[in-house]
Write a protein that binds this ligand. Structure first.
Ligand code: UGA
Length: 426
């Protein structure tokens, strides 16, 4: 099949590459020339393990190419994937302007039947809107189908997730489009769930919101564990072994961040409100998540006292490991608050970069930790687990570790002479 992927971010680039792996010919389209130049030369402009190797492979074999030319790309491809961003608007709603522009361009250049597949995360009813936007801009009235096919891949493990999904959701009312989608996904062994477009759109928001909720729930339990001096890890394990609950997304910490959960939960709350529905549980979980970095900071200052002029080493900037994405990262909230409290902030991350003048970033953990009063772990990069902590203890001014991701073993750290605190493990 000839596939056009519009939008070359995490989702678009990953999907383009896995379709190449499946033997399809793929064109990646973007309006950002810098991104296209980078990708066409085989260089990934963001950090995502495993993608660059595949990018080079498929550029070399000419199975993949990049363009900004809608007219040509529309001529050559019959399945079009919309993978553009849907950022959060000021009032929490999903900003659909990129989706609208894309639909308008598709309409303008359509000369034959196309299946337009929406992979961008969009509110319920967007498939209908995309249909209208395409019709509005069509010069010639040609039939087409719009399908909702949400994506569930995670940053940091995008390739693995896209190649081995738990399920594929296809929302369409068109038999013809459904046949094409089933053909496209025929080599995947997971269930393919056929739904209405609206249900497919809501599944994506409901899935992300449920995962966000699970994190907020365990973080709330962690706060109670702090009071009772119980290790929340035992609770996560104890409840996670119940098959009805499951062990994933029960890691307590400084809260969730990233470009998806905060945006999608807010978009769902916004659209439910517009329909006169209050999603109370979700609303509370957002509040908890926003407060979680500050809860941890309060714990730190209650132990260290005033942090003014204290040297603090912050390990990890990205919102999770294996990505350089710092959008909505709880680490940034912690760094900003430390700076506000006039602490001296030294920062490290294996790939992400801090964009605060007053926080100095170092290239090694040793330099970052050297001569500091405390270490705060904000991102659970594996590298931090495998550090020679015995040696780290020797170069610190005082042996405080505040583990915002509960990634180190409290007892082991105590044996190494550290004064260790996690979230929900006192
Ligand atoms: C999330 C979903 O997991 C994907 O299924 C979805 O496709 C994606 O959003 C999206 O909508 O595009 P992602 O944001 O890449 O993926 O990362 P996650 O692994 O879900 O982590 C999100 C945040 O939750 C991170 O800050 C992470 O540190 C935090 N988290 C995760 C916890 O605090 N505790 C946990 O137990 C798990």
């Amino acid at each position: 099949m000839n596939i056009l992927v519009i939008g070359t971010g995490y989702v678009g680039t990953t999907m383009a590459l896995i379709f190449c792996e499946m033997g399809h010919k793929v064109t990646g389209l973007d309006v950002d020339q810098d991104k296209l130049t980078s990708l066409q030369s085989g260089r990934l402009y963001f950090y995502e393990p495993g993608l660059e190797e595949l990018l080079k492979k498929h550029i070399q074999s000419s199975q993949l190419r990049f363009t900004h030319d809608y007219a040509q790309a529309m001529k050559e491809n019959s399945i079009l994937f919309i993978c553009v961003g849907t950022p959060m608007g000021e009032d929490g709603r999903a900003d659909l302007s990129y989706v609208k522009n894309t639909a308008n361009e598709i309409g303008k250049y359509m000369k034959s039947y196309k299946v337009i597949v929406d992979k961008s995360t969009v509110p319920v009813g967007t498939t209908e809107k995309v249909t209208e936007w395409i019709q509005e801009s069509q010069v010639v009235k040609i039939p087409f189908d719009v399908v909702s096919n949400p994506e569930f891949l995670r940053e940091g493990t995008a390739l693995h997730d896209a190649l081995h999904p738990n399920r594929i959701v296809v929302g369409t009312s068109s038999e013809k489009a459904l046949k094409i989608m089933n053909q496209l996904y025929k080599d995947f062994s997971c269930p393919i769930l056929e739904t209405s477009p609206k249900a497919a759109e809501l599944i994506k928001y409901a899935a992300n919101s449920f995962l966000a909720l699970k994190i907020s729930y365990i973080n709330e339990i962690a706060r109670y564990c702090d009071t009772l001096c119980i290790n929340v890890h035992d609770i996560s394990k104890g409840i996670g072994l119940d098959e009805r609950i499951g062990p994933q997304f029960l890691k307590a910490g400084i809260g969730y961040g990233g470009s998806c959960f905060p945006k999608d939960v807010n978009a769902l709350l916004y659209s439910a409100n517009k329909n006169n529905i209050n999603l109370d549980v979700l609303e509370t979980s957002v509040r908890l998540n926003e407060a979680q970095p500050f809860y941890f900071l309060d714990k730190i200052t209650s132990i260290l006292g005033d942090v003014k002029n204290k040297k603090m080493a912050v390990l990890g900037i990205s919102f999770k490991p294996e990505t350089d994405d710092i959008r909505e990262s709880p680490a940034i909230k912690i760094i900003d608050q430390l700076l506000k409290l006039e602490a001296t902030v030294k920062v490290h991350d294996p790939v992400a970069h801090i964009n605060r003048d007053k926080a100095q970033q170092y290239s090694t953990v040793e330099e970052t930790i050297d001569d500091t009063d405390a270490v705060i772990i904000c991102t659970d990069w594996a590298q931090y687990k495998n550090l020679n902590w015995r040696e780290m203890n020797k170069i610190m001014r005082s042996p405080y570790i505040f583990d915002g991701r509960n990634m180190l073993h409290p007892e082991e750290m105590k044996q190494l002479g550290f004064i260790y605190y996690g979230v929900g493990c006192c």
